[in-house]
Design a protein around this ligand. Structure first.
Ligand code: 5GP
Length: 145
């Protein structure tokens, strides 16, 4: 998948947005959805996406949507920090297959980090237990400003 091309309305995140496949929501508003990554690279790995934009990557996103997403990423990272007390938070974002992207609906990763805990491989982490993800999502959501 190159940096350019048509948006696939059947990508995994489009299906999550339509409710065709389940996901664990952390929080949402009219424009953005924050939900748990089902293959978390660390405990508390959250994804943040725009609900309406069909931008596949950062190069395509409309300025207003990007502004909203940036604020949503910050809000999510702050709640993650309060809830899970990581020593650091990595904000990751990949563009194009060669850039490491695997789902072609623009998204930001909010990944809590602890020194001494190695990050699991991007796209290679084991699938998380849904109940555990729900518990984490509740803890994070409880700390939202
Ligand atoms: P990318 O590689 O495109 O930057 O990130 C895609 C992310 O989506 C990966 O971190 C991957 O674990 C996550 N992911 C893939 N399939 C699903 C799914 O069905 N549900 C959820 N919640 N996350 C997914």
């Amino acid at each position: 998948m190159s940096l350019h091309g048509a948006y696939d309305p059947d990508n995994i995140f489009a299906k999550i947005l339509r409710g065709d496949i389940p996901s664990v929501t952390v929080w949402q508003d009219d424009h953005v959805l924050a939900f748990m990554d089902v293959f978390p690279q660390s405990e508390g790995h959250v994804l943040v996406i725009d609900k309406a934009s069909t931008a596949r990557n950062l190069l395509e996103i409309e300025p207003e949507a990007l502004s909203r997403l940036a604020l949503a990423v910050q809000r999510t990272a702050r709640a993650v920090e309060k809830a899970l007390k990581p020593e650091g938070v990595s904000i990751l974002q990949f563009n194009g297959e060669a850039g490491g992207q695997t789902v072609f609906h623009l998204h930001f990763h909010v990944v809590p980090r602890w020194s001494g805990r190695e990050l699991k491989g991007h796209g290679h982490a084991p699938m998380a237990d849904t109940a555990a993800l729900k518990a984490l999502a509740e803890r994070i959501a409880a700390q939202l400003d």
